[in-house]
Design a protein around this ligand. Structure first.
Ligand SMILES: [Cu+2]
Length: 118
């Protein structure tokens, strides 16, 4: 009699553990929150696509035809960006397809990272 109750209790405990595991696996958002290093590397990804229309090295500016800039809530267009660091313009030339990250600081649109893609 007493043994039967213990076996029953163990069976219930085992069942609830088995039930809890798949529930955790179906929550990827929670899972990502446990890995802040993964989030950091995602923010270093170059967010936007564009094509170089003009490079003005003296002024430290580049004209890009860009796709939608999700982080700046901007639709696709051609516009002038200021390079956050003039070195970002090294090696860029008209017609290059690029991936880049844009930011806005005190009313100026900045390119904070840019990379030529094939
Ligand atoms: Cu724009």
């Amino acid at each position: 009699m007493k043994l039967n109750r213990i076996v029953f209790a163990l069976a219930v405990a085992g069942a609830s553990v088995a039930y809890a595991q798949p529930t955790q696996l179906t929550q990827p958002a929670d899972h990502a929150a446990h890995h802040p290093e993964a989030e950091a590397s995602a923010s270093q990804e170059l967010l936007s696509e564009g094509e170089v229309r003009k490079v003005n090295r003296e002024a430290g500016k580049v004209t890009l035809r860009h796709g939608p800039l999700v982080n700046l809530d901007m639709p696709a267009m051609t516009m002038v960006f200021t390079a956050a660091d003039p070195k970002l313009l090294d090696g860029l030339k008209e017609g290059d397809k690029v991936r880049f990250t844009a930011d806005r600081k005190e009313g100026t649109y900045l390119v904070t990272a840019i990379r030529v893609v094939q």
